[in-house]
Design a protein around this ligand. Sequence first.
Ligand code: M6R
Length: 393
Amino acid sequence: EKHSFKHFMLKEIHEQPGVVRDCLQAYINSNWDLEFEAKTTDELHPATVDINQSPIELGLPDELLENLEQVQIIACGTSWHASLVGKYLLEQLADLPTTVEYASEARYAPSPLRPHTLIIGVTQSGETADTLAALSMEKQRRLNAPTQFKPRLLGITNRTESSLGQLVPHLINTRAGIEIGVAATKTFTAQVIAFYLLAIDLAWRRQTLSQSRVQELVKGLRKLPSQIELILNTQEAKIEDFSHQFSDTKDFIFLGRGINFPIALEGALKLKEISYIHAEGYPAGEMKHGPIALLDKDVPVVAIAMPGSVYEKVISNAQEAKARDAHLIGVTAKETLEESDVFNNILPVPLVDELLSPILAVIPLQLLAYYIAARRGLDVDQPRNLAKSVTVE
Ligand code: M6R
């Protein structure tokens, strides 16, 4: 049921605060951060949770996660984008070298076998043919290998009863509820949340983060649902209005760096799949190596400029685009508006820890893609040439 929403995609965009809330509730030990804050256990109020345990409870066995040397992730499309955010988190938080492969490529060019590797298949439907085939190949070629190469397989999916569930012994259920719109929105957000939880759990096990940094991240995660709500409540009507000017636009460029580079890719994919406008996502620093030649006044550029380690870099890349007359749209935090008078338009999101910012930055991009496509009168939920799950090679 779409209820009052015109399309399932819009309904699913609006479901995201609830999805994030449910996921966090399911996998974060409820009183951990409160106990951590209190730190003492008095007789009258004995602690209900052990703060020396990881706050994350994904129900994964120790044998799967101990003594890891690297992570190999296999996925397609939007799930591949979520996996790129995952790589950033696993490397920066848990100090685990991580590769992210397109399943359709990995199948025909298997990477050299490496020991103590966690292989993660990410597929919301659990039915994507290429992802299943690449995972099954990884499983097969490790079965008869020496112990250190034995398969350690994990799936991240929204459908635990899917074929993925038959193939891999362990799953993280993203619990987003069924997604009908062909364009993935809430399942993307839920996959990214799954990666936060996995990366924090691994960081805890490997002792690569201080307890207080873990606490900071857990607290930050818990604030995300209301921050997404704030964006939806305050920005949706503005983005709807604003998107009208792009009805005849032919090309869009999305720029991001660091943990928000995958969000640039995701913003571009959302726009092209439902509005049929040509869109490309680039790491902002790569523009000068070729793509900047595309820019002129008819090519809007969306720059994701979230305060943090690469903020000034993105702003300066955005300025380079502006110097080529591009219409510049910034996805940035309100608190930095004055500094960023470089943008023609701003899609504001709340200021958060840079590591958590992808979850907020993607929301205005989903709305932008949705309203541009809806304005063009297109079939947003069933775009041409696309299927919800790609069960053929
Ligand atoms: O079910 P999966 O997560 O394996 O699907 C992978 C892609 O087909 C999917 O993400 C596709 O790119 C979406 N239509 C993007 O919105």
